[in-house]
Design a protein around this ligand. Structure first.
Ligand code: AMP
Length: 176
């Protein structure tokens, strides 16, 4: 079992009946767990030739910014619709509980950059696949994606791997 599970708070039936919400704010606020988790991810990616990190709003920013800073590389923001001020590409996607759109600035990266996608959790993969499509539209190559938590039964990490993207997660949980 991953060391991290001791720090993740699970809230049953939030935001909807039947969802086990994996609350990672309890990881972020911990003086030991947050830096330990960032160091683990940095160690994993330090020799993998990543050019930039793309974090997905909002929890992906808390992880991805720290990883990018430590690796000494740039950070790209993938944001909810209407938040980015300059020319964007947009992708609609379906969440485990809802529908939304994500956007990236058209000039966010250099042609051919190797990009690492960062988010807190992967479930169905709708969010991460939308991010992958945006990065591809902007000229980048998504070689890797990492998450604090994977819910493998929802098959999102499998979908990403089928797109040629390697996936690393700190902990896995059974079920929804
Ligand atoms: P998905 O697009 O289905 O892979 O869902 C991933 C996104 O939804 C992530 O940004 C998560 O923050 C959020 N999410 C989905 N399911 C959960 C869950 N069970 N607990 C916490 N966050 C979740």
């Amino acid at each position: 079992m991953s060391w991290l599970k001791e720090y993740v708070r699970t809230i049953p039936n939030y935001p909807h009946e039947g969802i086990m919400f994996r609350d990672v704010t309890t990881v972020f606020q911990d003086d030991v767990a947050y830096p330990k988790m960032i160091n683990q991810l940095v160690d994993f990616y330090k020799d993998k030739g990543i050019d930039k990190i793309a974090g997905i709003e909002a929890r992906g920013f808390i992880l991805g910014g720290a990883i990018a800073h430590t690796l000494g590389i740039g950070f790209i923001t993938i944001r909810k619709k209407g938040k980015l001020p300059h020319a964007t590409y947009s992708e609609d996607y379906t969440l485990e509980y809802g529908q939304d759109a994500l956007e990236i600035h058209q000039d966010a990266l250099n042609e051919g950059d190797n990009i690492l996608i960062v988010d807190d959790l992967i479930a169905t993969g709708g969010t991460a696949i939308a991010a992958l499509k945006l990065i591809t539209k902007a000229g980048g190559k998504v070689t890797d994606a990492c998450f604090i938590i994977d819910l493998p039964e929802l098959k999102g990490s499998k979908l990403l791997k089928e797109q040629g993207c390697a996936v690393y997660s700190v902990a896995e949980y059974e079920g929804l």
